[in-house]
Design a protein around this ligand. Structure first.
Ligand SMILES: [Zn+2]
Length: 176
């Protein structure tokens, strides 16, 4: 299998709709249309691509000129991009990890959908690019270097019984 890596440019907004709710792609497109019609941002083009999983999508918005990074992050969230991914993007940007924002596709956007540019790298990893795959991925090594598999967040703990409706200081781990 071949994977195509696209790294967001400063005039591109990458959106990853990984929700199983069928409405979310429609909701995202509706918000994008709203922004276009309000002429608040210099949107040039909107591209829609399938993801490897059914009902998952990749959207790329191209802008006439670069906008601040924080604006692009805010727009990702506003357009319902996956929150976990965007949180990781923010951490990588702050840590100056190269290629902080990427979309990895099994489709060659250029060849199959006439996207306006080529992928930035390709790899032949199998399955999803989780932390384990990221560690040995050739494209990740080239684009992101040593911090390619940096893990910023962990899984939430099991929610059983930790909420006790007590107000004020509820947890105290560090007195100082
Ligand atoms: Zn890979």
């Amino acid at each position: 299998m071949k994977n195509y890596w696209y790294v967001a440019r400063d005039n591109e907004i990458f959106i990853d709709i990984d929700s199983k709710q069928s409405r979310s792609i429609i909701s995202a497109l509706a918000r994008i249309r709203g922004i276009i019609e309000a002429e608040k941002f210099p949107i040039r083009q909107v591209w829609l691509f399938p993801s490897r999983t059914e009902n998952h999508y990749h959207i790329v918005i191209t802008l006439k000129n670069a906008i601040p990074e924080t604006y692009r992050i805010a727009l990702q969230l506003y357009f319902f991009s996956d929150v976990f991914r965007t949180c990781n993007n923010i951490m990588r940007i702050e840590d100056c990890v190269p290629a902080a924002e990427v979309l990895i596709s099994i489709f060659d956007w250029r060849k199959q959908y006439k996207f306006y540019r080529y992928a930035d790298a390709t790899c032949t990893c199998e399955g999803k690019h989780d932390y384990v795959v990221m560690e040995k991925c050739s494209a990740a090594k080239t684009l992101r270097g040593v911090n390619r598999a940096k893990r910023y967040f962990d899984f939430p703990v099991s929610p059983e019984n930790f909420f006790q409706k007590k107000f004020g200081k509820i947890w105290n781990y560090w007195e100082n």
